[in-house]
Design a protein around this ligand. Structure first.
Ligand code: NDP
Length: 296
């Protein structure tokens, strides 16, 4: 079997078009654009790239992008004061504090300070709790993007065996919650899991969020399974001094067995920003007392 390639880039592009198409109706009924505030502390090069690309995508979707850059030496009190200001700003619907933060700042305290109804990253404990009990809230962007790709591929997920490898608060745990909500039978694997290959072999759906290059091998995959590879790992390339990106799944091997698989890059990666825009638009509607936009 040669797996179908799940084109996350195309899916994310179509989602962004639907978001952009829904913005004018919001502007017409409220007289303002939905606004996403992104806060960057320090000079981390990868974070700078992410923040720039989030800002560009926000503007492309017709929304307002509000960027705040604080110096590496900014204190926790300064950052908390900025979060408080954004919480109270009526033109700000979503607040994203780019992680990681410098070592002297306690990330948990900063995330806890964000108004849960503006927490478009879905990292606040209130939103984690809402997800766990099935209440309306905000779900972290990467796992929600994975779920969208799975539903697009498989339709109804009820009764399927799903294995999530990784139990981080950002990916693995919310992914497992989402799959439980879809009535999958969910196993969450991690570094202490015994016989991981056998655990993965049971799965109709495999979500890999480990951060280890090509750890999941082709002969771990049940024939026909759908494989979602969240991993983004930089490894040495073919030419000296060059690097390339690989996922957590050995793609070439797995593609011979799986029914469908996300490539890296071009699979899950592009979904994250698209879902961030989606969450921002949804936050804007909820804050204005409007019904959630349909089809997002
Ligand atoms: P974390 O490092 O927070 O979590 C990794 C998880 O993998 C942990 O639960 C860990 O287990 C588990 N793990 C580590 N080694 C093994 C092993 N040998 N066998 C089984 N499980 C193992 O990572 P994240 O969840 O933040 O990210 C995972 C990957 O996804 C990374 O490659 C990251 O770059 C990528 N990512 C991609 C995004 C995107 O596409 N936009 C967004 C976010 C992340 P334990 O808990 O026991 O330590």
């Amino acid at each position: 079997m040669i797996a179908a390639i799940i084109d996350g880039k195309a899916f994310a592009g179509a989602l962004r078009e639907r978001i952009g198409a829904a913005v004018p109706a919001f502007v017409a009924s409220t007289g303002r654009k939905p606004g996403l505030a992104v806060v960057l502390v320090g000079e981390d090069p990868a974070s700078q790239v992410y923040v720039r690309s989030k800002g560009k995508s926000t503007v492309e979707a017709g929304m307002a992008s509000i960027e705040h850059r604080l110096d590496d030496s900014a204190s926790q009190a300064e950052l908390l004061a900025l979060v408080d200001q954004l919480n109270r700003d009526p033109g700000v619907d979503g607040i994203l504090v780019q992680l990681p933060l410098p070592k002297h700042i306690d990330e948990a305290s900063v995330i806890a300070a964000i108004d849960p109804d503006k927490d478009v990253d879905g990292f606040h404990v209130v939103n984690a709790g809402r997800l766990a009990v099935g209440a309306e809230g905000f779900v972290p962007c990467t796992p929600l993007g994975c779920l969208m790709l799975l539903k697009d591929r498989l339709g109804d997920l009820a009764g399927l065996d799903a294995v999530v490898i990784g139990r981080s608060n950002i990916v693995g745990k919310p992914m497992a919650q989402l799959l439980i909500q879809q009535s999958c039978t969910v196993t969450v694997a991690h570094s202490r899991t015994k016989n991981l290959p056998d655990v993965v072999r049971r799965a109709d759906i495999v979500v890999a969020a480990v951060g280890r290059p090509e750890m999941i091998r082709g002969d771990w995959i049940k024939p026909g399974a759908v494989v979602i590879d969240v991993g983004i790992n930089r490894v040495p390339g073919a030419e000296p001094g060059k690097t390339r990106l690989v996922g957590d799944v050995a793609y070439a091997e797995a593609a011979e067995v799986a029914g469908a698989i996300t490539p890296v890059p071009g699979g899950v990666g592009p979904m994250t920003i698209a879902v961030l825009l989606r969450n921002t638009l949804v936050a804007a509607h909820r804050r204005e007392g409007l019904a959630d936009p349909v089809g997002l």
